[in-house]
Design a protein around this ligand. Structure first.
Ligand SMILES: [Zn+2]
Ligand SMILES: [Zn+2]
Length: 395
């Protein structure tokens, strides 16, 4: 059966590809998405939405108020690129040196614009309100937190919020969804072992921070295995160790930097507590001082199970049951978590891998690309989610 909405989405395929490539060729880093933001504003105004610019610096919010009263649903895209040189040789590759859309945020923006275009054409059928959230700086800048602080979930109050993300682990046409926990709280720590430097030949006259750091690394790696319930998930990784200048000098200090991942607050607090205790304990055992600094990053991303079911059922109607799967959480991070801390919603994955077209590279790779068939598919999936949430019966 041909359906008006499906027909309209099919018609906009070339336009979606054009928009995506324009954004892809001009990637901008977090909080610098000036041109991307302008492009979004231009289209949203053309579609006749109420537009708010300059939210969280470069963020944009669009609003469509239906003729009939109903709930308010929001959809969100991130706009930022990564500091990475694209090595693809495609005609639409990045034109900006050292910057690249390697996480698919160009596609996220495009899909949301496609949804805006669609609903502007059928606005008479909208019951309730639809809000479009284009946020800056997902890649570490926490743009989502600032958008929430600046009130994007208010006026009108948003009842549910949804976001999708490119996912090269899944083939094009497939949708992945997290039932509850989807991504991890991602925190970081800095530890300094403060010893006393000296000649490498006379260690008994020094306090060797490298020796202490060696013990500390081993101790830290026992936290997850000995202090965390094996049925919970946790990661502690030390990613950088700095200390020393020459083979025969004991340095004054050693610095360790690391990341901590968890899926709930209980585990998160336990990891922080144990890291600090272990650091202090090791330092004491070597009679040296230490510094411990822990920085909270994005919270864990936790979907509302009812909203996950809604996404699964809406997408199933579009792509069939065989193409919708529930995914295990992963220990990456995502600042959509800040929205989900405030209101119910769900975060899902759009498969964008296609072996036949050679599109197989992971997110954040300099060779990342998407099968552009995901653009109209993404528009359809978001439209179905909105349709089902607001009870519009468009399909
Ligand atoms: Zn990313
Ligand atoms: Zn991303």
């Amino acid at each position: 059966m041909t359906n008006l909405v499906k027909e309209k989405i099919r018609e906009m395929k070339d336009w979606l590809v054009e928009v995506r490539r324009a954004i892809h060729m001009n990637p901008e880093l977090g909080f610098e998405e000036v041109e991307t933001s302008k492009l979004i504003v231009e289209w949203l105004e053309k579609f006749g939405l109420q537009v708010t610019k300059g939210v969280a610096k470069t963020g944009v919010v669009g609003l469509l108020q239906g003729n009939k009263r109903g709930k308010t649903v929001a959809i969100r895209a991130d706009m930022d690129a990564l500091p990475l040189e694209e090595t693809n040789q495609r005609p639409y590759r990045s034109r900006i040196k050292g910057k690249m859309h390697a996480c698919g945020h160009d596609a996220h923006v495009t899909i949301l614009l496609g949804v805006a275009r669609l609903f502007s054409a059928i606005r008479g059928q909208v019951k309730g309100n639809i809000k479009w959230i284009f946020q800056p700086a997902e890649e570490g800048g926490g743009g989502g937190r600032i958008m929430v602080e600046e009130g994007v979930l208010e006026d009108p109050n948003v009842d549910a919020v949804f976001a999708g993300h490119m996912f090269p682990d899944l083939r094009i046409g497939k949708i992945g969804i997290y039932e509850r926990e989807g991504l991890a709280a991602s925190d970081r720590f800095m530890i300094k072992m403060l010893g006393k430097g000296g000649h490498g030949a006379y260690p008994y006259l020094s306090k060797d921070p490298i020796h202490a750091a060696g013990h500390l690394i081993t101790q830290i790696n026992s936290i997850v295995s000995r202090s965390i319930n094996p049925l919970d998930s946790a990661v502690v990784t030390i990613g950088k160790v700095t200390g020393g200048t020459a083979f025969n000098i004991i340095p004054d200090e050693v610095e360790l930097l690391g990341t901590v991942r968890s899926l709930n607050t209980r585990v998160r607090e336990m990891l922080k507590f144990r890291l600090e205790k272990v650091t202090q304990g090791v330092a004491r055992s070597f009679e040296m001082d230490c510094q411990f600094d822990y920085q909270y990053g994005y919270p864990a991303l936790v979907n509302n199970p009812e909203m996950s079911q809604l996404v699964a059922s809406a997408c199933t109607r579009g792509v069939g049951q065989d193409n919708v799967e529930f995914l295990r959480p992963s220990m990456g991070g995502e600042d959509f978590a800040y929205y989900l801390e405030k209101i119910p919603g769900a975060y899902f994955r759009l498969g964008c891998r296609n072996e036949e077209k050679g599109i197989v590279n992971p997110l954040h790779s300099s060779q990342f690309d998407i099968d552009e068939d995901v653009l109209p598919l993404g528009v359809e999936m978001f439209t179905r989610i909105i349709d089902q949430y607001l009870g519009l019966e468009l399909f």
